[in-house]
Design a protein around this ligand. Structure first.
Ligand code: HEC
Length: 127
């Protein structure tokens, strides 16, 4: 009894492989379009706040404090503490010339005050 041997399968298999490869190049456009996250900047002590305090507050609120300033604002922990448990945000929002307006030399620009408030709202990032 002879068994029929089917030859010539190589060609159909090669064709299938070609089709598989072809389908791999069929990226749909939707894979390439990313939804942009909100890129608005996150505020951190090291990147933003340290410099603002350094430029505007440390003349007096250094360690140890001078010029009658009651405490120092020379570290992350001290600044954060005065926002949370002191009234730093209130003090920087007082009008120039009001008692205990900070800094006493004149109110910070609104954008700078906003940065400090945003830093607090975002949870006091350090880095
Ligand atoms: C020229 C010196 C000087 C500078 C600069 C200065 N302070 Fe003061 N700060 C003081 C003095 C003096 C007091 C306490 C006396 C008073 O109430 O005015 C004070 C008090 C404070 C208080 C307590 C306010 C209150 O209502 O009791 C805070 C908060 C404060 N400063 C934050 C800051 C911050 C933040 C900056 C920078 C943006 C700053 N200070 C810049 C001298 C300064």
């Amino acid at each position: 009894m002879g068994r029929e041997v089917t030859m010539g399968r190589a060609v159909p298999i090669a064709t299938i492989i070609c089709l598989l490869f072809a389908s791999c190049t069929n990226d749909s456009e939707s894979d390439l379009v990313e939804i942009e996250p909100d890129k608005s900047k996150t505020i951190s002590y090291e990147a933003d706040i340290r410099q603002i305090i350094g430029n505007n507050c440390l003349d007096c609120h250094k360690s140890p404090p001078v010029n009658g300033a009651p405490f120092s604002l020379d570290t992350y922990d001290r600044v954060k503490d005065k926002v949370e448990n002191g009234n730093l945000i209130t003090a920087i929002n007082r009008q120039s010339g009001e008692p205990a307006a900070m800094p006493p030399t004149g109110r910070l620009p609104k954008a700078t005050i906003d940065l400090i408030e945003q830093w607090a709202d975002e949870g006091f990032l350090e880095q």
